[in-house]
Design a protein around this ligand. Sequence first.
Ligand code: ATP
Ligand code: MN
Length: 266
Amino acid sequence: KHAAKIRLDTVKQDHGREKDKADRATSELVLDQRTRMILLQMINRGLLSEVHGAISTGKEANVYGAVLFPTDESAPVQRAIKIYKTAILVFKDRERYITGEHRFKAGADKGNNRKMVKLWAEKEFRNLRRLHAAGIACPEPLVLKLHVLVMEFLGDRRGYAFPRLRDARLTGEDVEDQWRNLYIQLLGIMRRLYQVCSLVHADLSEYNILYNDKQLYIIDVSQSVEHDHPRALEFLRMDIKNISGYFRREGVNILAERAVFNFITA
Ligand code: ATP
Ligand code: MN
């Protein structure tokens, strides 16, 4: 396993061009051979043009910004690429989400880590497709290859990602109303997720929701489970607890958690 540093943003476009050190540091990605090959293949197929620095480096995955320059010279399109880590330790915790997931019975081989990572990425891809089809605001999933998932970039034209709800700064005279409306909006999303997508997010919090212009976007659905998963309702209660705590701290007069549970599941 050769971990090599490459500057993917220069692979295709400006071979060998020197950038200053600080610039290079942010774009140097430590990716294994296999991952680099997948990205290069995507570049060669015209799915991406450049891969940029990390938007986020997490425990389980890194998310990178990328750009596609369409061949018809229309405006560049931003993309986000989530690359799941294939290190073994990371995956121990995932078991409880996979076990009991009938969609993954056949493929789940806990001894084969690379296969597990692929399943995990697949799970996120399929869950995102369901959300998107149900009209829930989320990144549109575009391409999946092994542990590399390309999706719509949630951010502005300049390439700045929308903030997590945790980091969002609401402004205006009616900030209190805005918080209340976001709470109501989120309850509607959770209900739709349950009723239309048959899913429970299972890691819902102000960290896995992006915010822009009064709109919430749901992300990070790799651990989301079918509502008939043996622990689905336990995960749902946890989600409700998390978001209730968050909105309470933001000053919203929240509903009882039981009432929310009934609203979502009834
Ligand atoms: P962590 O281990 O840090 O929790 P994660 O594996 O949970 O990472 P995500 O929550 O899906 O990964 O994404 C991590 C961060 O990357 C998000 O908080 C968000 O800031 C950014 N991000 C993810 N997807 C997108 C997207 N489609 N557009 C813009 N930014 C994104
Ligand atoms: Mn996350």
